[in-house]
Design a protein around this ligand. Sequence first.
Ligand SMILES: NC(=O)c1ccc[n+]([C@@H]2O[C@H](COP(=O)([O-])OP(=O)(O)OC[C@H]3O[C@@H](n4cnc5c(N)ncnc54)[C@H](O)[C@@H]3O)[C@@H](O)[C@H]2O)c1
Length: 291
Amino acid sequence: MEIEQVKKVGVLGAGSMGSGIAQLFAQCGFEVVIRDIKQEFVDRGIKIIDGTLGKLVQKGKMSEDDKAAIMGRIKGTVEMSDLKDVDFVVEAVIEDLDLKKQVFKDLDELTKDDVILATNTSSLSITEIAAATKRPDKVVGMHFFNPAPVMKLVEVIKGALTTDESAQFVRDLAEKKLGKVTVLVKKDVTGFIVNRLMIPYLMEAVKVYDEGIASIEDIDKAVKFGLNYPMGPFELMDFTGVDISYYVNEVFRKELPAELKHTTPFSLKQMVRAGRLGRKTGAGWYDYSKK
Ligand SMILES: NC(=O)c1ccc[n+]([C@@H]2O[C@H](COP(=O)([O-])OP(=O)(O)OC[C@H]3O[C@@H](n4cnc5c(N)ncnc54)[C@H](O)[C@@H]3O)[C@@H](O)[C@H]2O)c1
């Protein structure tokens, strides 16, 4: 299949990433079918998209008509069978290998033979997910960053059996049709590029705090003004979810060679246990309840 032939895209999961990915494709002119397991989850995802586009209208960055056209291109469903005639799929269900394998097995049986199936997994093996299908050559990692409509990068990951053509198809689609910047991850390794660099950095930041070397505020300040990063490590964890950093490090501890493993810092574990997961819960390393 050529990227020009892609008209209708299936998105699995209407959570933070799925809703963002569905919005992005619809904004770029594609018909989108977004599927979740319960109607209330589908509705919540579509409401998030409506709210995000509504803000763009308020700011004068989008017209009401454009918003209505984008919303009109998105169809929510709980039925897998509604994805049978899509030309491309991005899966963004929760990060659970068995669930993703089942979803890919179903997609393989349901969709046309030449459809490329992409997964937005952050930490699971593309090769293992692809093995649940009869088309492992057409299963590709397509790792978006949160929020998907805004963040420029897409990591494109080859599983062990993914062909160069399938990976290139996803890169072309992301670059030429979605306006993204892509990088090719040639080996299906845990963490790909961005998380492989970011997680050790975040773990070190928490350790610097745990060792009483500096305050959270000063560590963030040091990184912003000394390295010119837009956010410090604690601000970043609060933004993306403190639990995400924790769980990705746990995956790294299982998967990476010993010399690359980072012990889980004490206060990170405590934060997750206390449910202080960042902006999404109103508090993380910082308190957002009064803002
Ligand atoms: N949150 C991030 O910053 C981020 C960034 C990049 C990649 N990811 C990856 O994207 C994926 C989704 O993450 P998220 O943060 O959007 O999670 P989320 O929990 O917000 O959303 C996941 C959604 O999947 C739904 N779901 C579960 N089983 C399903 C099924 N069989 N079919 C359809 N939907 C199903 C859930 O009901 C939920 O609404 C994960 O693989 C995650 O690792 C997340």
